[in-house]
Design a protein around this ligand. Structure first.
Ligand code: NAD
Ligand code: 0WE
Length: 259
């Protein structure tokens, strides 16, 4: 009997086997969950289908979270195949690449709107569309980054978006709590994924992070997957509206001096 035996989990944000969503999917599968994956476009679909199949899953459906029609169609597909489900994983974030370097104040109105729409509003939109399908005891989980709380060089508009995402977690937890559905976020340390590729200086960021973090290492997709498993299982039955750090302790320490 696994921790998630008999539970159904919708995974949004799997792109490839480096995705944080993949670490979560493996942890959930190992504990008996039945999975459904969404993909944003055909290129991603080609990556997601074989990964899903390797976990014995053929329930793979499109959903661009910028589209209300896509979100409604996704909810309809879940209702048709599953009726209800238990766990919603939102592992989606996007800003235009040119917004992720230089001064934050150069952000454009359009760049701000895109980041907020895809990275923040999408969580609320998906919860709104699926709340009637979520079982009591269920759980919603999103992914955030410490750039929401303290300035992280070049993270810029994504830091502002993650601050709003974390506030959304608290408001959604308040809305869904009376239905015994929990809403939380994992704040992960930097991990090399598709969303981190092409970020100038990412290698150096990983190196200095591991030098400062109390555990003296970077975090992995599996670290995040295991904490996601805890948060979405009955083990975390009274934890909601929280931002749980999976960051090797990084955010707890201040300036360090080499010795
Ligand atoms: P990833 O590139 O593997 O995943 C990002 C996903 O977002 C992709 O699957 C992409 O298809 C999806 N996406 C983008 N726009 C979309 C849209 N309009 N509709 C539907 N899907 C869309 O990268 P990741 O690092 O695994 O990112 C997952 C989450 O983790 C993001 O919210 C990210 O901000 C967060 N996060 C990442 C790190 C890190 O260092 N990698 C650290 C903390 C938090
Ligand atoms: O949340 C993220 C990823 C955010 C992200 C990354 C990209 C790159 C490619 C959002 N949108 C895009 N759009 C693209 O076109 N992280 C926490 C990883 C990350 O991204 C950074 C980081 C870290 C850490 C960007 C700048 C500085 C640090």
């Amino acid at each position: 009997m696994g921790l998630l035996t008999g539970k159904r989990a919708l995974i949004m944000g799997l792109a490839n086997d480096n995705s944080i969503a993949w670490g979560i999917s493996k942890a959930f599968h190992a504990e008996g969950a039945e999975l459904c994956f969404t993909y944003v476009n055909e290129a991603i679909e080609k990556r997601v289908r074989p990964l899903a199949a390797s976990l014995g899953c053929d329930f793979v459906i499109p959903c661009n979270v910028d589209s209300d029609a896509d979100i409604d169609q996704m909810a309809a597909s879940i209702k048709e195949r599953w009726g209800t489900f238990d766990i919603l994983i939102h592992a989606i974030g996007y800003a235009k690449k040119e917004e992720l370097n230089g001064e934050y104040l150069n952000v454009t109105r359009e760049g701000f709107q895109i980041a907020m729409n895809t990275s923040v509003y999408s969580l609320t939109a998906v919860v709104k569309a699926t709340r009637s399908l979520l079982n009591s005891g269920g759980s919603v989980l999103t992914l955030t980054y410490h750039g929401s709380q303290q300035v992280a060089q070049n993270y810029n508009v994504m830091g502002v978006a993650k601050a709003a995402l974390e506030a959304s977690v608290r408001y959604l937890a308040s809305d869904l709590g009376p239905s015994n559905i929990r809403v939380n976020a994992i704040s992960a340390g930097p991990i090399r994924t598709l969303a981190a590729s092409g970020i100038a200086g990412f290698k150096d960021l990983l190196k200095s992070f591991a030098g400062v973090a109390p555990l003296r290492r970077n975090v992995t997709q599996d670290d995040v997957g295991n904490t996601a498993l805890f948060l979405c299982s009955h083990l975390a039955s009274a934890t909601t509206g929280e931002i749980i750090y999976v960051d090797a302790g990084f955010r707890t320490v201040s300036i360090t001096i080499d010795s």
